[in-house]
Design a protein around this ligand. Sequence first.
Ligand code: SIN
Length: 310
Amino acid sequence: MTPPKIVVLGTGGTLAGSAANAADNLGYQAGQIGIAQLLAGIPGLRDLPLATEDVARIDSKDMGFEVWRSLALRCAHWLAQDDVAGIVVGHGTDTLEETAFFLHSVLGPAKPVVVTCAMRPASALAPDGPQNLVDAIAVAATAGARGVVAVCAGTVHAALDVAKQHTYRLDAFTSGDAGPIGYVEERRVRLVRPWPGEERLPAVLERLPAVVRWPRVEIVTSHAGASGAVVEALVAQGVDGLVVAATGNGTVHHELETALLAARERGVRVLRASRCAQGLVQSTAHDWLPHAGGLSPVKARIVLLLELLP
Ligand code: SIN
């Protein structure tokens, strides 16, 4: 009997990046090489039952709704096939946590969807992408694996918790207080906590194909000297939702808060998330605006985006 296959979807990133000089880890162009070509260069993968597809070839700083929609729909297509054990998504590191959280929210899959990446381009003297791809494929093929996870530098992170924490190191991601789900060692997963649950937002996936106008949700930051000017300008432009990257336990400069409350009066959805890299916003008796618990501002933005979807 043929073993179930792993589908590897490419979206670009440094993983697929190329520089003119092999010693240059920064002066490269992301998203240059197709996913099939990347895998063909990795010894030991050739005999595995893999299928490949390029969904996009972009630098993930340019990630947006259209690629997210295509990616979610391709994942859903492949996950529904009986002969598919799991999916690997090749992605840039810069917005990996956003894409992983988006897929987690719309798919909540019973099979594994493993998002992986690289900090060095494929052309580097010692690229990290091949090992990350091998590890991600091992995770996707692991019996009992499920949910959307990220794999980088031998560590498995839940989509809910993962965040990029370093601009340069190969081990660029953290799961914060929650800690990783596990580690990949010689193609075996050592779990230290359970796989993510299968829950997903009801009916969002089904609505994605028909979306013509995506809600506009922006992030504003509370900081020393903040004012309401940015919020007022965004409301004048017809923004649908605002996430405030708040200080500490979700506190907001009083001028910005006044503008946000006025925006809410005008029908704009507002959500607070903390600027702090760790911890969660705890409710208090003075919560005039709802908060997103432990979600970072970029993930809270996805929550609002999906809630506001037509
Ligand atoms: C990107 O996010 O596409 C470029 C940076 C990276 O992958 O590390």
